[in-house]
Ligand binder design. Sequence first.
Ligand code: C5P
Length: 218
Amino acid sequence: NIEQTFLNKTTLITAGPTYEALDPVRFIGNHSSGKMGFAMAEEAANRGANVILISGPTNCKAKNENIKTINVVSAKDMFAEVFNYYQEVDIAIASAAVADYAPKIIADEKIKKNDLNFTLELIKNPDILLEMGNQKKDQFLVGFALETENEEANAKGKLKKKNLDMIVLNSLRDNGAGFKGDTNKIKIITENDIQEFGLKSKKEVAKDILDSIQNILK
Ligand code: C5P
């Protein structure tokens, strides 16, 4: 039964930004609000899933008691928490806006200003979703893509490269889509199909994404 796809299923969702510290008071971050991930967590829990929500710093609060929220700060923290749970997960949705790079050195003391120029060395963070794809057994794995050019081709490339079952594309070119607001406009891409949706509240978008997952898993 399609309505039961999420019932008692363990669903892992990553959400929000990551913060990468430079020193005790500064970080590199991004504008992700976490709203899309939290909306999917509520919707999955409403459908009977046991949700593990691993989130970077946001102002969102999970309401449903079937959501276990794990707060993390950096990409490395998020990576560690994801792989504490990944083997027991039925469905995994990576919606976090994970920082691609982190400062190579976190200074123990606040960095002082003195020279005109300041160079910060960054090193690549682990790609959490790529590793989920590599370790995938029976999990249904969903990624997100935010592209500014060649959107569909790039998203399809990520679907393959990261061994995903589905990728949700949001475009920064659409008004009201993406990062900060309460609305989003998406395309859902699988190996053989592209489905385009109109501008909707993130709550409605969460329903569309979960409906699509149900349609495939039913
Ligand atoms: O390759 P790109 O960063 O555009 O892929 C976006 C997708 O990969 C999102 O689902 C995001 O949550 C995930 N991701 C991740 N770890 C990273 C970078 C991206 O899980 N370090």
